[in-house]
Design a protein around this ligand. Structure first.
Ligand SMILES: O=P(O)(O)OC[C@H]1O[C@](O)(COP(=O)(O)O)[C@@H](O)[C@@H]1O
Ligand SMILES: [Mg+2]
Ligand SMILES: [Mg+2]
Length: 326
């Protein structure tokens, strides 16, 4: 018997799953177009040039040929989708206007190839995407209508939320994304920690928090790639990822629009939390495309504990902490 439309041997494909969500046809189309673009990004990652591009991005970082190519793949697909107004990416200097009208259109901020410097040592990397209704990209992450990432690891997986559960799809042998986990939920507390940044540049509160996790017997699980590191915390349902403020870098390293907002949206919708140490990541009102912030993201009580250590350090009673939503 032939498989039902939208299923492949009774597996649920991404488009069919999206059609079951309460979202517009344009948003279904947009998410599917991004999923299609990711197939070309994987191909670039697997077989492309590992050299530098000879250019640098907004942050003064040297761009790799793969950064530039992945960005071009994503941008072209978004422009041709016909449903996108503004586009911004970690590899672009300014917003690209695909269409001027906001009616029924979406704006997209993305990191085309997060962790690109890990490709030459064959570690996992990913694409991170944030979607807003209309043309405004400089608004709090809480206003996102969808967030997703695609992880290029031993397997390729795609995780998305449109505000109603967090769902994982895995690429099958026909390069289709089929549903592997629906309504993923985080536990209250975990025993995994992924600490980004040089530890000898940590502030006292962060150092004490790490010692507290070590004393509790938590397992260090850090790959240096934001997407696989977050994916581990989400899929295991436990633990915390942090990239704190560092001495000399008070805003840490990771970017609010392209990295933090989409991951915070996903983790909050899975029952976790994400804070910059003071307020939820999703409540930050971005002032510029290249804004960075520290991040503590994962299980609610782990994020609360991290922010309590910071408060204690500054002499503010830990009980006053109200960083974690809900
Ligand atoms: O090794 P560092 O410099 O501390 O940074 C690690 C972090 O930087 C990133 O590689 C930043 O992303 P890009 O590769 O997109 O610049 C994250 O994936 C990772 O969490
Ligand atoms: Mg990045
Ligand atoms: Mg990048």
């Amino acid at each position: 018997m032939p498989a039902a439309p939208g299923t492949s041997k009774f597996q649920i494909e991404l488009r069919r799953h999206l059609r079951g969500q309460n979202i517009s046809d344009n948003l279904v189309h947009l998410i599917c177009e991004i999923a299609e673009a990711s197939k070309y990004v994987i191909n670039a990652v697997r077989t492309g040039d590992l050299g530098v591009a000879g250019t640098s991005n907004l942050y003064g970082e040297e761009q790799l040929a793969l950064d530039v190519l992945s960005d071009r793949i994503m941008r072209k697909r978004l422009i041709h989708s016909g449903v996108v107004c503004n586009i911004a990416s970690e590899e672009m200097d300014e917003i690209y206007q695909a269409q001027a009208s906001a009616d029924g259109l979406y704006s997209v901020a993305y990191d085309p190839l997060d962790g690109s410097s890990l490709v030459d040592v064959n570690l996992a990397v990913g694409t991170i995407v944030s979607i807003y209704e209309g043309c405004d990209l400089l608004q709090p992450g809480r206003n996102q209508v969808a967030a997703m990432y695609i992880l290029y690891g031993p397997r390729v997986s795609l995780v998305y939320t449109v505000g109603d559960g967090v769902h994982e799809f895995t690429m099958n042998n026909l390069m289709e994304f089929t549903l592997t986990r629906e309504n993923i939920r985080m536990q209250e507390e975990g025993n995994i920690y992924a600490p980004g940044g040089l530890r000898n540049k940590y502030n006292d509160g962060d150092e004490k928090f790490i010692r507290h996790l070590e004393a509790k017997g938590c397992k260090l699980r850090y790959s240096g790639g934001f997407v696989p590191d977050i994916n581990q915390v989400l899929m295991k349902g436990k633990g915390i990822f942090m990239y704190p403020a560092l001495k000399g870098s008070p805003n840490g390293k990771l970017r609010v629009l392209f990295e933090l907002n989409p991951m915070a949206f996903i983790i909050e919708h899975a029952g976790g939390a994400a804070s910059n140490g003071t307020i939820p990541i999703l409540d930050i009102v971005p002032e510029s495309l290249d804004q960075r912030a520290p991040i503590y993201i994962g299980c609610k009580s782990d994020v609360k504990a991290a922010t309590d250590f910071l408060l204690d350090q500054e002499g503010v009673p830990a009980a006053a902490a109200s960083f974690v939503n809900g």
